[in-house]
Every structure is written in C-alpha cells, then in structure tokens.
Design a protein around this ligand. Structure first.
Ligand code: 5AD
Length: 330
C-alpha cells in the first residue's frame, strides 16, 4: 500500500472521495483490517440498562426534556439475566449502556462483580461522564473497557449541541479513564449541523493523537422530538470513507460497524465491515425496553428481540465475507 498523507487538508480531500477513488481507499482499509484481524469480526452485546438521562443534548431522542419517552431503569436481576443469556449465546463482551442516570452507580458495580466472578467475559461501560471516584469504583469492580464519545472535536459545535456539557470536562473524563487502565473508546457523529470535512479530518487526527483502543462513530440521524429534527442526515459514502481513514490511521483499534450506520442503509454495517470496521454490536436489550431506547428515528432493531439481532448480525458478517467470533473473549 502506498503511504498516505494524513495532513488535515489531505484527509478532508479523501473524505470526499467518490467512485473508484473511494473504492480504493476502502479496499486498502479492508486489506489492512484483514491483515491485522485475519478476517475475524469481534462480537459485543449492547444492553441498554436505563434510558433515564439528566442531560439535554440537542440530537438525542432520550434527552431529559423529551417527555414522550417512557423512562425505564432495568433492575439488577433483569440485567444479570440478560448477561446470563448473552453468555449462553456466545457473547464474551457486553456493553452496559445508559443515559446519564447516576442512581445506577452502585448496582452497576455489583453487576460487574457478578459477571466477572461467574464468567470469562469482558465488561464495557458506556454510562457517560462521571467522577473519577465512580470510574475507579467500576474499574475496581472489574470493568475492562469504557466508551465515551467526544461527539465532535469542533468546540463550537460541541457547545451548540450540548447545553449541559463542557468540552474540557469531556476530555478530562477520557484522560481519567485512560489513566485508570480502561481500554478506552471514543467517537463522533458524522454529519452534524455546521460540521465540515475539515472538522471530521480533525476528529480523525484527534483519535490518532490520543491512541484510543476503540473508535465508534456513525451518521447523525435526526430524531423527531429534538431541536435538530429538521437537520440533514449524513451520506453513507462519507461514513464509509471516514471508516476507512479511521482504520488506516489507527491500525490496531477496534472499530465497530455501528447501529446508526446500519440504520442509514440496510447494507451499511456490511459495507462498514468491508471498509475497515472489525466489530459488530448487536442489541441484547429485552424487547420491552429497547423500544424506549430511541436515540434517533427508525433505529435499527427496535422491534426485534435479542436472538433476532444476533441472527441479523451473523448475516451481516457473512455478507461481508468475514467470520464472526462467537464464544471468544476478544
Ligand atoms: N444520531 C446518531 N447518533 C446519535 N447518538 C445519540 N443521538 C444520535 C442521533 N440523533 C449517539 C451518540 C451517543 C451514542 C450513544 O449514540 O453519539 O454517544
């Protein structure tokens, strides 16, 4: 492979590739991914444990002020049961994700202990901004990984869409997580209002500079009950070029083919897996809750149960010509 120029200007130019140039970029990324992961796709099960959120982010369907959402918080037994069945199905990593619901903090620690004692399983948390004390409590309980998206590295856009958040604070949370020894992941949304290709290039440079273990991103998709309901959705081509560049710039990172990318296009996840992604994250949330974890319109799998979501992910991986690693803690 020829060596690429990863200056901000050149990345922005590559993000706009179409046709043959885009194909070449994505197949270079796919070849590199196969070289590193041997054609294997890692499996992570998402459990959306609560949709209660203290924040009011402009893009998000479960924002505090959306009073059309029926709020839920799974109890510890319900969560443990989902972990039990996920393990039986072959999951060896689960991601506990929620809105910023700090009433769950103690329960989460106890659930992590339960899972780590009983199973050979990795626990990933995606529970938002917390104090160092809470991050440490969860790490001490045995949590392995943490996902906290920066959402955008353009500070003006960050501020515009996050009425409750501070960019520096988010960066500090990521630094704390890395210092505590979590395998740390971040990510962004692609196609936010006012976001330019230059901004996305800077997102990619930010990923590279901070050496994250995981990089998760997808298109911004408007939700009908949010201030950004009239905004446009990103194009799949841009998401795939971003995926390819993300791989080329972060050889060993875990890069999921995300639910948002699968929502944008029925073949979105398959194409992401052929453009540099190496992870798939089916939804394991029980059907009765998942309908309420409605982050953006038409979210993939809202009416499926956990078995359907796994079966569908298996098809996606097969369609991409890769092998899904079931029963392997990777
Ligand atoms: N479109 C795309 N992604 C979204 N998220 C939240 N709302 C949206 C939306 N409207 C993503 C954010 C968040 C993750 C859990 O879901 O990046 O970090």
């Amino acid at each position: 492979m020829n060596s690429l120029d990863f200056s901000s200007a050149s990345i922005a130019e590559m993000l706009a590739f179409k046709g043959k140039e885009a194909e070449k970029l994505r197949s270079d990324a796919d070849n590199l991914t196969d070289k590193i992961f041997g054609g294997n796709v890692f499996l992570r099960g998402i459990i959306e444990v609560s949709n209660i959120c203290s924040k009011d982010c402009d893009y998000c369907g479960i924002r505090r002020s959306n009073d059309k959402v029926k709020r839920y918080r799974m109890n510890s037994d319900e969560i443990k049961q989902v972990i039990d069945s996920a393990y039986t199905e072959g999951f060896r990593t689960v991601v506990l994700q929620a809105g910023e619901d700090n009433l769950m903090d103690e329960n989460i620690a106890q659930i992590i202990e339960y899972a780590k004692l009983k199973y050979d399983i990795s626990i990933t948390l995606s529970l938002g901004e917390r104090s160092e004390k809470i991050y440490r409590m969860w790490r001490d309980a045995g949590a392995d990984r943490y996902l906290l998206r920066i959402e955008t590295t353009n500070r003006n856009i960050f501020k515009m869409i996050h009425p409750d958040d501070d960019y520096e604070k988010r960066l500090n949370c990521l630094a704390i997580l890395q210092n505590l020894g979590y395998e740390t992941g971040t990510g962004v949304m692609i196609g936010l209002p006012k976001q330019t290709l230059g901004d996305l290039a800077d997102d990619l440079l930010f990923f590279k500079k901070n050496k994250f273990d995981m990089l998760g991103f997808g298109p911004f998709i408007p939700h009908r009950e949010t201030p950004l309901k009239e905004s446009a959705t990103a194009e799949l081509d841009l998401v795939l070029n971003f995926t390819a560049l993300c791989r080329l710039m972060n050889e060993n990172a875990n890069i999921p083919a995300t639910t948002a990318t699968g929502t944008l296009d029925v073949r979105g996840r398959e194409m992401a897996l052929r453009s540099g992604a190496n992870v798939i994250m089916p939804n394991c949330t029980p059907k009765k809750f998942r309908e309420e974890y409605d982050l953006y319109d038409n979210k993939l799998g809202l009416s499926e149960n956990a078995d359907d979501s796994l079966a569908r992910a298996q098809k996606v991986v097969k369609g991409a010509g890769k092998e899904l690693l079931l029963g392997v803690n990777k």
